[in-house]
Design a binder for this molecule. Structure first.
Ligand code: GDP
Ligand code: MG
Length: 170
């Protein structure tokens, strides 16, 4: 039988890491060099067929700024999945991503599928965070790890596909 499952998904991470760009690439197949910063949060939905099921992602793209931090639980509470995004050219954004992981481990849904996404791999010459380091961290913390480029679209659909495969079957 062909089943459709709804899955609430939240994107968290530093401002500028590329959360909105990843969503825009996944939902509309577009990329904007001058992506507007998100105010509060933005909502999108997109379906994805995985094996014999369809997952309808209900995506909350959060702002990332510290001043919106207190709103974050509204978006990750009850979420089936989270993508924590950092920019591979920005060590601070990686440190911030680890803080989000800790917060989700403490306050999030214990069954949440979590992905760590190192974005902007097209900027390899400016890389500050090694693949090995982030992969090891993700492994130790039970996260799915992937490096992406919203600009070139490398691995963008794959994040959502891998998450969909890991969601518990309703
Ligand atoms: P957010 O604050 O996390 O939502 O980040 P945005 O999606 O607004 O992106 C911040 C900036 O980084 C924008 O200027 C984007 O065009 C740029 N950007 C996002 N993803 C990529 C990427 O994969 N490669 C490059 N080169 N730039 C990116
Ligand atoms: Mg944004």
């Amino acid at each position: 039988a062909h089943n459709t499952h709804n899955a609430k998904l939240v994107l968290l991470g530093d401002m500028g890491a590329g959360k909105s760009s990843l969503v825009l690439r996944f939902v509309k197949g577009q990329f904007h060099e001058f992506q507007e910063s998100t105010i509060g949060a933005a909502f999108f939905s997109q379906t994805l067929a995985v094996n014999d099921a369809t997952v309808k992602f209900e995506i909350w793209d959060t702002a990332g700024q510290e001043r919106y931090h207190s709103l974050a639980p509204m978006y990750y509470r009850g979420a089936a999945a989270a993508i924590i995004v950092y920019d591979i050219t920005n060590a601070e954004s990686y440190a911030r991503a680890k803080k989000w992981v800790q917060e989700l481990q403490k306050q999030g849904n214990p069954n949440m599928v979590m992905a760590l996404a190192g974005n902007k791999t097209d900027l390899e010459d400016k890389r500050k965070v090694t693949t090995e380091e982030a992969r090891a961290y993700a492994g130790e913390n039970g996260l799915f790890f992937i490096e992406t480029s919203a600009k070139t679209s490398v691995n963008v659909n794959d994040i959502f596909y891998e998450i969909a495969k890991r969601l518990p079957r309703a």
